[in-house]
Design a protein around this ligand. Structure first.
Ligand code: PMP
Ligand code: GLN
Length: 382
């Protein structure tokens, strides 16, 4: 028995850690936790080495080094046609995870309510709970995982302080469209309510679709924290660097939390990223095609299996319905698949407050094609 009455009693070790560990123990191909099995660009790695040797190894400014904030402001300006002040509207964080935590704690008070759309990425709810607020889970409508507007409207109340959105969406690979942002803007127009927009997969959008960023939305940008991650964009998930773009008054509150949370973020990587972004500003332009090719390769390879693949319009994730193979719940199925057939996946029920009665797992296709082909071959025998 612990002496501590937990503040997060429902929280165990994250599914990503559990499944990656199981993959390692069983020697399975790990298509569970979302990370590439290839490296960041060599030039970026060389820049990290350069800046380590240039002795950029002490504390950087709390909000991130100026060259990186300027490079971010330039990128956001070019991509989303938004003029962003790097001094007052951009903060470098230790991953998008830290940015989510700071954004929630910047504006959410004890007794408030925050709406998340299930299946929801796992770091939102704990941040909200630790702020003393209540998470209101509104399920997306399967199988398309679109917003149930009636339920969303019903969930809004006098205490709603924030809505968390995520597009491209982990785990479903769906996208919010401009019209969705319009509807969200209309719903909260007369409320004291903020938006936390998790856009870490902003560049991984397929089939020529645009990414609908809150930063481009005239009625949402003034009340949104937009959160991004260099981990996804530069194949460097272990670096844990991200950033938040928000209006100056919101950024000021955000930084109050950030400076006593991590204070700042690893120095040499900031210098390397700033220099790389300036030297190779087009890097992100190739990402959609790069991942679309992987998605298509994986989908093609999986045709030989009895998994039914759901559409993936963005991210590096692919949902698959396994009801033709098994009736087991998704956690048991994922474990069995990993232990017996040596392919690790993520059960999607963990992203729900009330899991639906579906048979769906998530594959990560941010892998070399040879890895994907080998995994698909193993799955074809089921
Ligand atoms: N949001 C989503 C939807 C994610 O998939 C992830 C990470 N994988 C994060 C946030 C966290 O990003 P980071 O690793 O930069 O903290
Ligand atoms: N975002 C990654 C995923 O969805 C996992 C990150 C983590 O392990 N916390 O797989």
């Amino acid at each position: 028995m612990s002496r501590i009455e937990s503040k997060l009693p429902g929280v165990g070790t994250t599914i990503f850690t559990v499944m990656s560990r199981l993959a390692e123990e069983t020697g399975a191909i790990n298509l569970s936790q979302g990370f590439p099995d290839y490296q960041p660009p060599q030039r970026l790695l060389d820049l990290v080495t350069k800046h380590l040797n240039l002795r950029h190894n002490q504390y950087p400014p709390m909000m991130g080094i100026a060259p990186l904030r300027h490079a971010i402001a330039e990128k956001v300006g070019a991509l989303y046609e938004l003029s962003v002040d790097p001094e007052t509207e951009v903060t470098v964080t230790s991953g998008a995870t830290e940015a989510v935590f700071c954004a929630v704690h910047a504006v959410v008070r004890a007794g408030d309510e925050v709406i998340v759309l299930d299946p929801a990425y796992d770091c939102y709810d704990p941040a909200i709970t630790l702020a003393g607020a209540r998470t209101i889970h509104v399920p997306l409508m399967a199988p398309q995982f679109t917003i149930d507007w009636t339920r969303l409207q019903q969930a809004l109340g006098p205490r709603t302080r924030m809505i968390v959105i995520n597009s491209p969406h982990n785990p479903t690979g769906t996208l919010l469209e401009r019209a969705d942002l319009d509807r969200i803007a209309a719903l909260i127009a007369d409320r004291d309510c903020y938006v936390l927009s998790d856009e870490v997969y902003e560049h991984i959008v397929f089939d020529g679709q645009p990414h609908a960023s809150v930063t481009t939305h005239p009625r949402l940008r003034d009340r949104s924290f937009a959160v991004f991650s260099f981990g996804k964009t530069y194949h460097a998930t272990g670096w844990k660097i991200g950033y938040c773009v928000a209006p100056a008054d919101m950024t000021a509150e955000f930084r109050r939390v950030h400076q006593f949370n991590t204070f700042t973020t690893v120095t040499p990587m900031q210098h390397a990223l700033a220099e790389f972004m300036t030297a190779v500003p087009e890097h992100h332009l190739g990402l959609a095609a790069f991942y679309q090719e992987k998605r298509d390769f994986f989908v093609e390879a999986m045709r030989a299996s009895r998994f039914e693949l759901l559409p993936s319009r963005g991210t590096f994730f692919q949902l698959a319905d396994y009801s033709a193979i098994s009736d087991e719940p998704d956690d048991a199925f994922s474990r069995w698949l990993t232990e017996t057939h040596k392919v690790a996946v993520i059960p999607i029920s963990v992203f729900y407050e009330t899991p639906p009665d579906t048979r769906i797992v998530r594959f990560c296709f941010a892998k070399e094609n040879a890895t994907l082909a080998e995994a698909a071959q193993r799955l074809a025998s089921l």
